[in-house]
Structure formats: structure tokens, C-alpha cells
Design a protein around this ligand. Structure first.
Ligand SMILES: Cc1cc2nc3c(=O)[nH]c(=O)nc-3n(C[C@H](O)[C@H](O)[C@H](O)COP(=O)(O)OP(=O)(O)OC[C@H]3O[C@@H](n4cnc5c(N)ncnc54)[C@H](O)[C@@H]3O)c2cc1C
Length: 225
């Protein structure tokens, strides 16, 4: 950490655009960088690169920034203290709780995007049919996007994949006899409510330290009132 602190690249002053629309059109017509994913890492990368004079277009498949958090199960909180999840250039408000509920994480992501003047296209993802290709002559990527269902091509110099690894829809394990089971089967990424297990016998397969834990705690509470 000390090494990194002493060797930070110098920041260029931010060129102020005369309007938000000028700022947006600059990024869209000549994106230096395309980041796929408007979660913590996509946003932090874009904010840091912006300080270095590199403008980023961020795309996210969800309809709203932060909905990767807000649409999860209702009792979700970060299980690590807020100071371990800080973003560069802007702290969480000091009045916020130590363990942030999902609504605060989602609202901070939206606020960060706005205050760091990040350009984000929501409802946008990389085309599955045409993977990104790098053109060595122009030294640019050619990336086919689908934005609200319409195709669009962008040619950034750099491509950052910040799609995370925990937000993907998970398939249920194939367990012999599963089709004969008469109860309900959920994966925790499908946001089951803990209350829906009240009074039932439950088997939990695999307990990750955080994702299942809130659901697990609630299930255990309800099973042992
Ligand atoms: C329920 C839950 C609880 C967690 N709790 C903690 C915690 O307490 N402390 C902690 O440090 N970490 C926690 N994590 C880990 C958390 O994932 C990371 O800290 C952080 O969110 C990672 O940020 P990220 O930007 O890499 O990925 P994400 O936050 O997952 O963001 C990825 C973004 O990419 C978008 N995306 C994905 N695929 C595509 C695509 N093909 N096209 C366009 N957009 C796409 C998604 O919509 C999403 O907005 C938790 C994760 C989950 C799921």
C-alpha cells in the first residue's frame, strides 16, 4: 500500500465542459475507454481515469444505476464496514451506518455517477453475436453494443470489463430426484424472502459468507422461533 501511495500517477486537471451535453457527446463520439459494468469497479475506474484525462463511456445492462443492489433481497446489508468499501474522491456521508443497507449502496452509486460526471448508458450490453475485436492498425476496439435493443458500434481505445462475478443469474444444481421434489427450490440470487420459509423444513446447500447469510439467518430464526 505504501508503495502504491508513493507511486500514484499524477493527475491532470479536469477540463471543464461548458455543459453536461457537451461532456456527454465528447465521451460518446470519441470514447477513450469503454467500461462494461456500472458497479463499484466500473465507476471507480472511470472516475480515476477521468482524473488522468481519459474519458470513459460506461454501459450497464440494468435499467437503473444501483439496481444491481436495490433489487436484491430486502434485508441485504454490506457485511464489511463502510470504510472498507469507499470510493475514490468521495466518502460515504459520515452520518450513514457502519454497515450499509442495500438502498444506501444503490443511492450512493447513483450519486457518485452524477457527482463524478460519469457517462453511463443503462439498458446496454455487449452483443452476444459479435464479440469485441481489436484493430491493431487503428489501435481501437470495435465493440458491438445493444442499447435498449438497438445495435450500436463504439470504437474505444481501451476496454474494461467490470461485470463483477456475483451478479449473474445462477442455475440450480442438478440433483438426482430434483424433479420429484414437491417443495420449493430457490437459488439465493433469485431473492427469496426469508419469511417465505416460515414454519418449513429447509435444507441450505452451500453457505457463502455473505450472500446466503442474511437469508440463512432469517430462515434459522423462523425455524427456531
Ligand atoms: C449480495 C452481495 C453482497 C455483497 N456484500 C459485500 C460486502 O459486504 N462487502 C464487500 O466488500 N463486497 C460485497 N459483495 C461483493 C461485491 O460484489 C463487490 O464488493 C462489488 O460489488 C464488486 O463490484 P464490481 O463492480 O466488480 O461488480 P458488481 O457490483 O457486480 O457490478 C457489475 C455490474 O456489471 C453489470 N453487468 C454485468 N454483466 C453485464 C453485461 N454483460 N453487460 C452490461 N453490464 C453488465 C451489472 O449489472 C452490474 O451493475 C457482495 C456481493 C453481493 C452479490
Amino acid at each position: 500500500m505504501m508503495y502504491l501511495r508513493r507511486n500514484e500517477p499524477s493527475s491532470r486537471p479536469i477540463r471543464r465542459c461548458s455543459s453536461v451535453s457537451e461532456s456527454v457527446s465528447h465521451v460518446v463520439t470519441c470514447p477513450d475507454n469503454l467500461a462494461v459494468g456500472a458497479g463499484h469497479n466500473g465507476m471507480m475506474t472511470a472516475a480515476r481515469l477521468r482524473r488522468l484525462g481519459i474519458r470513459t463511456l460506461i454501459v450497464d445492462r440494468t435499467e437503473d444505476v444501483g439496481s444491481n443492489w436495490s433489487k436484491r433481497y430486502e434485508r441485504l446489508r454490506l457485511h464489511t464496514p463502510a470504510f472498507m468499501n469507499t470510493f475514490p474522491y468521495q466518502d460515504f456521508p459520515s452520518t450513514w451506518p457502519k454497515y450499509l443497507p442495500k438502498s444506501r449502496v444503490a443511492s450512493f452509486l447513483r450519486f457518485y455517477a452524477e457527482s463524478q460526471d460519469l457517462t453511463i448508458w443503462t439498458s446496454t450490453t455487449i452483443s452476444r453475436d459479435t464479440p469485441p475485436a481489436y484493430d491493431a492498425d487503428t489501435q481501437r476496439w470495435q465493440v458491438h453494443l445493444e442499447r435498449s435493443g438497438s445495435p450500436i458500434v463504439v470504437r474505444p481505445r481501451h476496454l474494461v470489463l467490470a461485470t463483477g462475478w456475483l451478479g449473474l443469474p445462477r442455475e440450480l444444481l442438478h440433483i438426482p430426484g430434483r424433479n420429484d421434489f414437491r417443495g420449493s427450490i430457490f437459488h439465493t440470487s433469485r431473492s427469496p424472502r426469508g419469511d417465505s420459509f416460515a414454519g418449513k423444513k429447509v435444507v441450505i446447500i452451500g453457505v457463502v459468507s455473505f450472500h446466503s447469510s442474511r437469508v440463512t439467518q432469517r430462515v434459522v430464526q423462523l425455524m427456531n422461533p
